[in-house]
Design a protein around this ligand. Structure first.
Ligand code: BGC
Length: 384
């Protein structure tokens, strides 16, 4: 044996002895043993109720760490996201209802897949290739989140799948030509993945047979206290130096001011509570990411100090609508009998800027025949 090999072997033995000693100390001092045995990924579905004469399915996904997500094929709605806190206690961190009826009775897009156009289009009107289109009006004088019967109220075809590192559901919906006033038949495929890295990943694809605006998004309302409190103590970091300035009706003025020296600046961590009183109505703003257009990157971090829950968001989209549940008023009772009062949830809706079809200087949201709309957005959960 060479001297070098002898030294190497001795260091390995020393390391083994140290690990053994440390482990036994840990046991003696009552430290928690970390259970490294992983359970299997699971996927199941059951009937959630009926919308008219159509059966609605609830898909339950579970990864190897026990994180669970439920999704229904009505509105492609995420009905629950169950993640551990820093002590390993699993709780549901999204708003929603126990039964399908809650979703059918009307709600502000809890967990919904929003389309064709997430966010507002001024007066529901836009011009495209010389034609003026009038969309359904459902928010004051404007069009919001796809209209009176957007993708959030449609029945999707759904198929569960399992691959090496994730379980998921593929959801498909075909939106007919002139549905809610939009031109073209639009075929949409949304794939939800739950990975073994505690990630909820959403892949979007769409194709059309006529040019039309497309701006899809996911409208989950998160609350990392699992509804014990409102979301004001959550801390946020958003990698966006600019935001989309809006008027009283939340319609863009066309300007993209700097967040610097305003209550909208989340370039470093701030709690929602810290400056929300300086923001009339609360946060409901489109943040323009600093990253290169179209690049998939980490853009938002959220931390809730009591539970230790932490979430990082990645997306290919150029902006995110931060909405702090300003219009929740306690009139809706959700899961576990919790009244959803003002600021009981926050949304991080990855998307393009509002009213892009009427703002030529904004990145285009027009999809043309022969092109494919794609988006990937991912929410990764952990604790700190
Ligand atoms: C919008 C809010 C709206 C909410 C519920 C959010 O995406 O930004 O203005 O009230 O959705 O409809």
């Amino acid at each position: 044996m060479t001297i070098r090999n002898f030294v190497r072997l001795s260091s390995i033995s020393l390391l083994i002895i140290m690990v053994a000693v440390l482990t036994s100390c840990g046991n003696k001092t009552g430290k928690k043993e970390i259970n490294t045995t992983k359970s299997k990924m699971k996927i199941s579905n059951k009937t959630f109720g009926k919308a008219g004469d159509k059966e609605i399915k609830l898909f339950e996904l579970e990864n190897e760490n026990g994180m669970k997500i439920s999704i229904i094929n009505y509105g492609a709605i995420i009905t629950s996201v169950i993640v551990p806190d820093r002590d390993g206690k699993f709780e549901d961190v999204v708003l929603g209802f126990d039964s399908l009826q809650g979703y059918l009775d009307g709600h502000p897009y809890f967990g919904s897949l929003v389309g064709r156009y997430g966010n507002r289009i001024a007066k529901g009107k836009f011009e495209l290739d010389g034609e003026v289109y009038q969309l359904a009006i459902n928010n004051g004088e404007n069009h919001l989140h796809g209209g009176l019967k957007g993708f959030d109220k449609r029945i999707w075809t759904a198929e569960a799948f399992e691959d090496k590192n994730s379980v998921g559901v593929k959801m498909q919906y075909t939106s007919m030509d002139m549905e809610e006033g939009y031109p073209g038949t639009l075929k949409v495929l949304v794939t939800y993945f739950l990975t073994n890295e505690n990630e909820l990943k959403i892949d979007y694809k769409a194709v059309t047979d006529k040019a039309c605006p497309v701006n899809l998004t996911q409208h989950s309302y998160f609350n990392f206290t699992a509804g014990k409190e409102n979301i004001l103590n959550h801390q946020l970091k958003i990698k966006a130096s600019k935001y989309v300035e809006v008027d009283q009706e939340l319609i863009p003025t066309g300007k993209l001011p700097e967040v610097k020296a305003t209550a909208l600046d989340f370039l470093d961590f701030h709690s929602v509570a810290e400056r929300i009183s300086q923001v009339p109505g609360g946060y409901d703003h489109s943040y323009v990411f600093d990253k290169e257009y179209g690049k998939y990157e980490s853009v938002v971090e959220v931390y809730e100090p009591e539970s230790g829950r932490f979430m990082e968001m990645f997306t290919t989209e150029p902006a995110v609508q931060l909405y702090t549940g300003n219009f929740l008023d306690g009139s809706l009772t959700g899961k576990n009998g919790i009244n959803y009062n003002k600021h009981y949830g926050f949304c991080l809706e990855a998307q393009h800027y509002p009213d892009s079809p009427n703002q030529p200087a904004f990145p285009s949201t027009i999809l043309r025949p022969g092109e494919e709309y794609t988006q990937t957005t991912l929410y990764k959960f952990s604790t700190k």
